[in-house]
Design a protein around this ligand. Structure first.
Ligand code: ADP
Length: 363
């Protein structure tokens, strides 16, 4: 087969078609020079055609890619075909472009045929994305660390405040008048609230740092633990919690799933209607792709416009005098569920009750 040395030696329609290609199509002789190229070479690399044809092609290759390139040319000289190899070429402005090549060696023609695509922008975007993700991950890790250390280090001075208040009450109680007792009471109360906040913040930051141990969690046993832990609150409220036996296992971290259920059931007890004892139903239905968990109550309900807000950190719809709390519980629940790739939502009717739905995917 006789070789063509230039596009204009080809049939007119074939050369016109090749000239339109945005990819770099051509032939490179085994003597080291490009012997045939489309206009895309000059358009992409910025070198005039004569320079591309008159310079050994290895000189355009990035120095770091040259050893791999030489190995490739050896394989092509034996008639090999290569696909999707990245090799950087020098642009006229001195920068290097990333090109993705396919090539077919043709020993009988004394050359290899190539098709190259400029993927510089794609690679740049991928690298940028990668850098941003790494930066974000680092910032997140630093924030986690900060929240953990801050809340951990706050515990100690708070313990001191509480114990000195207790000491004051014990030692000097009989010498204080009623207002002083009341003030100490307020201070003790404030310290207790602060302790609850710190404990919840610590729990929240641990959800992000704790290494997930995902396994098939026995829901019956886990709910048994949770209900025992909530026993005093359940009893005090006269609540009935309906948990049918034989619930399906849930693929999750057992500690975190326990925290999630404990928060949802504790809220169902806490936000009870003033005129009736809490009736709470826990359900779990498994299908091939995961488990739907729900905790339903007959409590005060949540207004439609508040239903997204309650999952935010510190979001509370009531004053401390009405219902105590830190506003972290549902944010913690959401974090647990999202870390596991799931979703938490709420359905509710004011004055009738609320149902929290949690979807935990199988994988
Ligand atoms: P906390 O219970 O400490 O206030 P949460 O994050 O657990 O904080 O809940 C945020 C808010 O969502 C609560 O203050 C309450 O107003 C509302 N809420 C949560 N669970 C229920 C529920 N079962 N019924 C009605 N309101 C609820």
């Amino acid at each position: 087969m006789s070789r063509l040395n230039a596009l204009h030696e080809m049939p007119a329609d074939a050369s016109r078609l090749l000239a339109m290609s945005p990819d770099l199509l051509g032939a490179c002789g085994f003597q080291g020079y490009i012997t045939l190229l489309t206009p895309a070479w000059s358009a992409t690399l910025g070198h005039p055609e004569e320079e591309l044809l008159g310079t050994p092609y290895a000189e355009f290759v990035h120095p770091e890619d040259r050893p791999a390139f030489a190995g490739l040319v050896e394989r092509l000289a034996e008639g090999a075909r290569v696909e999707d190899v990245v090799c950087r070429l020098r642009h006229a402005d001195g920068t290097y472009l990333w090109l993705l090549w396919s090539a077919q060696g043709s020993p009988e023609d004394g050359c290899f045929y190539v098709a190259g695509k400029d993927v510089t922008e794609r690679i740049r975007l991928e690298e940028e994305l990668h850098h941003r993700a790494a930066r974000l991950e680092q910032t997140n890790a630093e924030l986690q660390e900060f929240a953990y250390v801050a809340s951990h280090d706050l515990s100690e001075p708070l313990r001191m405040v509480t114990s000195y208040l207790e000491l004051l009450e014990r030692r000097y109680g009989d010498r204080l008048d009623e207002s002083a007792h009341q003030f100490i009471g307020f201070a003790v109360d404030g310290a207790a609230r602060m302790k609850a906040l710190i404990d919840d913040l610590l729990a929240y930051s641990r959800v992000g740092t704790h290494e997930l141990e995902v396994g098939d969690v026995d829901l019956d046993a886990l709910l048994g633990h949770v209900l025992r832990a909530l026993g005093p609150a359940i009893e005090e409220a006269g609540a009935e919690v309906d948990v049918p036996p034989g619930l399906p296992p849930v693929r999750c971290d057992a500690t975190q799933l326990g925290q999630l259920l404990q928060n949802l059931i504790a809220n169902a007890v806490k936000f009870r209607a003033p005129d009736r004892p809490p009736r709470i139903a826990v359900r779990a239905v498994a299908d091939a792709t995961g488990v739907d968990l729900s905790v339903a109550d007959n409590g005060i309900g949540i207004a439609p416009h508040q239903r997204d807000r309650i999952f935010k950190m510190f979001a509370r719809l009531h004053g401390q005098d009405e219902y105590g709390g830190t506003g972290i519980g549902l944010a913690l629940c959401r974090r647990i569920v999202e870390r596991r790739g799931g979703r938490i939502t709420v359905e509710s009717e004011v004055g009738v009750g609320s149902t929290f739905h949690v979807r935990i995917p199988a994988r």
